[in-house]
Design a binder for this molecule. Sequence first.
Ligand code: PLP
Length: 355
Amino acid sequence: MNAIINDIEVIKAKTTKINEVDFDNLKFGHVFSDHMLECNFKNGKWEIPKVVPYQSISLDPSSKIFHYGQSVFEGMKAYKDANDDVYLFRPLDNCKRLNISSKRMAIPELPENYFMNGLTTLLKVDSDWIPKSEGSSLYIRPFVFASGNGFHASPADEYKFIIACAPSGSYFSGKVKVLIEEKYSRSANGGVGFAKAGGNYAGQFYPTQLAIDKGYQQVIWTDDNTHEYIEEAGAMNIFVRINDTLITGPTSDRILDGITRKSIIEIAKAEGIPVEVRKITVTEVVAAAKEGTLKEMFGAGTAAVISPIAGFGYKDADYDLPELENTYASSLKKRITDIQTNKAEDPFGWRVKVE
Ligand SMILES: *Cc1c(COP(=O)(O)O)cnc(C)c1O
C-alpha cells in the first residue's frame, strides 16, 4: 500500500524481515531495516525522494563511482525513549556536512528539506526497527554517489542519494591500543580530509592493517607535513587529557568537524572542565605520558560516541595510560548519551523529536 507522508511517496515492502532479527545480539551495521530513502539527480536536478523497500542497486559498469570515487556519506543515529518517542541528535548538522562533503567532491548539493523530510518519513515507516534497549539505536547511513556513466574522467551527470538504516547494539569494543603514525597520512592541506568521502576510508585501511599486524587496534593520524601533531584517532576525532585539561585539535582541511567532538567541547565547558582547542604535539603527549600527567586519551564519533584509549605506541616504545576511577571519557559519554536518548534535559537544544 502506498502513502504520502511529509510530501514523500512511500512504497511499502510486501513483507517484513523484522521477525528474523535477534535484537538482543545485534552486531554493528549488519542487518538493515525494511525500507530506504532513494533520491535521484537527473537532468540537472534532484528529483523528489521516495521511501522504497530496501533493495539492491543495479549500476552500469561504467558508473563513475567505480572509477573516480565520487562518494560521500554521513553517520547518525535515531533513539527511542521509554515512551516510544523517537529522537535524532543535531540532524541538520549532518545534512549540512553532507553538502560540504558533496561540494568538495563536485557532487550536486541536496535541498535540505529532501534530506530532513526524507529521513523523518523513513523513520516513521521503519519505527519498529529502532531498538530501545540500553546502548542500542538505529544507525542511519545517508550517502550520495555518482551513478552516471562513462569512462571520461569528469564529474558524473547523475547521482543517487540513499538513506539506509541498521539497528545496532552498543558499540563498546573495550579500550584500544593505538599506534601514532609516522609515515602514512589520512589527509593533507588542500585535500579532502574534512569531507566524509568514501576514499578517505579506503586510504586508511592499509596503514591500519599494518598497525593491527604490530598488535595495535587503531592508528593515530598525525599531520602529513611533519608528523609532529596528533590529529585524529582512526575515523574519530581525538581528545587528550593532560592533568585536568581536555585538549583537542582545531578543525582544518585535515581534521573533520565531528558533531560528537563539538558537542563534547560544549558539554565539557558547561561542566567546568578546562578545554583547549589547539594543536597537540606528539612530543608533549609522550612527555606527559612519561611524567604521569597524561591521564586519558579517547576517540569521539557517532558510532562509538567515546572510545577510550588504553595506551599508545610511538617510535618502537609503548606507553600505557593509567586506569582511573572517574574518567572524563565515561562521564562525558553518559552526559551526551543521556541527552541523545531523552534521559536528561537538553540545555543545548540538540535533541530533535521525530514527529
Ligand atoms: C565521521 C568522522 C568523525 C566523527 O564525526 P561525528 O560527526 O562525531 O560522527 C571524525 N573523524 C572522521 C575522519 C570522520 O569520518
